[in-house]
Design a protein around this ligand. Structure first.
Ligand SMILES: [Fe+2]
Length: 438
């Protein structure tokens, strides 16, 4: 029962106790780790190249988050800081968020071993088809959302070039039965399921929950409102009513030089995320860029050790009538002195409960009312599920991406742009904004 005890202890230290005893077969973890060469993940050194246009993201120090009535002023201060980011760039850092960094390093080493599995083994655990254009969406969720490996070359980037990215998705990680018992995993992933569950559940039940309370304060809703109505996890509900997310281990393989020339150095084309919040482990390779909401310029996101990078997805933008921003971001080739390192990230794509109507009508937020953020006329009434499902059919598809330039073909879905291109009018730079106090 080595695995089970480990899971329980980690939850206990984070203040969240699992309610279900789960059966996990006893495995010889040391032998499996040795067989798959589980070793520490070697992070890149910071680049010595200077002169990159970087954006300094707002950092929310979660050690300042205090519960209870006496902690309200501390949460209000954090909410004020969050509001600046969430309503402008849609990206921010969270520091001191409480998960032990030594445990996170171990998870990176397991992730590395999973992503380094031989190709023939990966093919036995594919999340869908080999290419998005071959995916039968009536039978499969596709690589973006499916359980298992996304192979290299699944998406079209542009000019006919295919991606050089591999990832492994865990589905249903918040639900004991489906996650631990019903699914098939590569042996090295199976051996470390409790630790992965522990991490991603900490993100959902602890970090996300605190973040949502801050969003409630911003929106002048009672704290707990967003959690209770759109993110709470209902045991056994894998469909519509429960908060959910997809956990992803992802690494970027070097793109062939001739391909890189054709894409102008873009490894992952500009896009917005379809869900509510995305949590990414910060890492030193200078590659992630966000598109400045106000100027349209691409800017690099710098690295803050031990922090999470968090971004808003389309669903939170829709739920707030456009007040929270789901910004466009992409990944480009790193500086020359970081090219020998692999960019490995662990991501949690979190969704609203899939039956949530993705507009601000039911939210009834005094803050949004006072700022004039309502459901625009042209938006159809849709759920998070409809948006996620429809958008994923187009992501990386040849018919909209295989063209030159930065912009994929503009497609309207349910009265909304498929990609969330924002170009605000006027001089609304961060330093010139004076936001209403929360
Ligand atoms: Fe993304």
């Amino acid at each position: 029962m080595q695995c089970y005890i480990k899971l329980w202890l980690t939850f206990r230290s984070s203040g969240y106790l699992p309610t279900v005893a789960i059966f996990i077969p006893e495995l010889d973890i040391a032998a499996i780790d040795s067989k798959y060469n589980v070793r520490p993940f070697k992070q890149a050194e910071p680049s010595a190249v200077t002169g990159y246009n970087t954006v300094e993201l707002e950092a929310l120090d979660f050690s300042q988050y205090k519960d209870g009535l006496e902690g309200y002023e501390s949460r209000k201060r954090l909410a004020s800081s969050l509001e600046k980011s969430i309503s402008t760039y849609g990206f921010f850092n969270i520091t001191n968020w409480g998960f032990p960094s030594e445990d996170l390093e171990k998870l990176k080493s397991y992730s590395q071993a999973i992503l380094d599995l031989p190709q023939e083994e990966k093919l036995q655990f594919l999340s869908g088809a080999m290419k998005t254009d071959l995916e039968d969406r009536s039978k499969s969720l596709g690589a973006e959302r499916g359980h298992g490996f996304k192979p290299r070359g699944y998406w079209t980037i542009n000019n006919g070039v295919q991606d050089s990215i591999e990832f492994y998705n865990f589905r249903d990680i918040l639900h004991d039965g489906p996650f631990f018992i019903e699914k098939k995993y590569p042996e090295v992933a199976q051996a470390h399921l409790p630790e992965f569950a522990s991490y991603y559940r900490y993100l959902h039940f602890n970090v996300l929950r605190r973040l949502l309370n801050l969003c409630d304060i911003i929106l002048q809703l009672p704290e707990g409102y967003l959690w209770e109505n759109h993110f709470k996890v209902w045991k056994g509900d894998l469909k519509m009513n429960s908060g959910s997310g997809v956990a992803r281990l992802m690494h970027y393989l070097a793109m062939p030089v001739e391909d890189e020339e054709k894409t102008g150095g873009t490894w992952l084309r500009g896009h917005s995320d379809s869900g509510a919040f995305t949590f990414i482990t910060s890492q030193p390779i200078l590659s992630l860029q966000i598109r400045d909401y106000y100027t349209g310029e691409w800017k690099y996101v710098g690295h803050k050790p031990d922090s999470l990078i968090v971004n808003i997805g389309d669903a939170m933008e829709f739920l707030t009538g456009g007040y929270f921003k789901s910004s466009i971001h992409r990944v480009v080739a790193p500086p020359d002195d970081q090219r020998q390192f692999k960019r490995l990230v662990m991501i949690y794509f979190n969704n609203l409960a899939l039956n949530t109507i993705a507009d601000p009508t039911s939210l009834n937020s005094p803050k949004l009312r006072s700022l004039g953020f309502n459901k625009p006329e042209e938006w159809d009434t849709i759920t998070q599920f409809q948006w996620d499902d429809e958008k994923s059919r187009l992501y990386g598809a040849k018919k909209i991406n295989s063209k030159p330039g930065d912009e994929p073909e503009l497609v309207k879905l349910f009265g909304r742009n498929h990609e969330r291109w924002h170009q605000a009018e006027g001089d609304l730079r961060l330093e010139k904004l004076s936001l209403a106090s929360v």
